[in-house]
Write a protein that binds this ligand. Structure first.
Ligand code: SF4
Length: 138
């Protein structure tokens, strides 16, 4: 009787041991040791990155170039090249009138483009023109 009772107690215990032995989690994979990990290549010194410098830097914070097709540009007959101004529609236009010598032009001297208060957030071409041209005082 004692032997049979002991045997009955051993069955659940041995089942648990067998289940643990057959389980995937029973044997965890060996932990990677620092010696086993591949050595990282030494970091190469970083070469300084140089930005290409444009020939004529754009005006800081002036925004993109005004498109001739922009509704406000069309309304004022703006062109990026004063030579292309509509002489029929604007007979007072003169060939020497450009944004760069207009009183409203806010670009720096020698810049290719600059802001104009008539077209906020955009830049007009220094060689451009529109019908609101006002000669810059000498
Ligand atoms: Fe150019 Fe003057 Fe017309 Fe502005 S107002 S777009 S600077 S011509």
């Amino acid at each position: 009787m004692t032997t049979r009772r002991r045997f009955m107690f051993m069955i659940p215990a041995s089942g648990a041991v067998l289940a643990a032995a057959c389980s995937d989690q029973a044997t965890p994979p060996p932990a990677a040791t620092p010696e086993a990990a591949p050595a990282a290549p030494p970091a190469a010194p970083m070469a300084p990155q140089e930005e290409p410098v444009p020939a004529t830097p754009p005006e800081a914070g002036a925004g993109p170039m005004l498109d001739e097709a922009d509704a406000a540009a069309v309304a004022l007959g703006y062109v990026v090249d004063t030579a292309r101004a509509d002489k029929t529609k604007y007979p007072k236009h003169a060939a020497d009138q450009t944004c760069s010598n207009c009183a409203l032009y806010q670009g720096t001297a020698g810049a290719d483009a600059g802001p104009c208060p008539l077209f906020p957030g955009k830049q007009v071409a220094a060689q451009g023109w529109c019908s609101s041209y006002v000669k810059k005082p000498a």
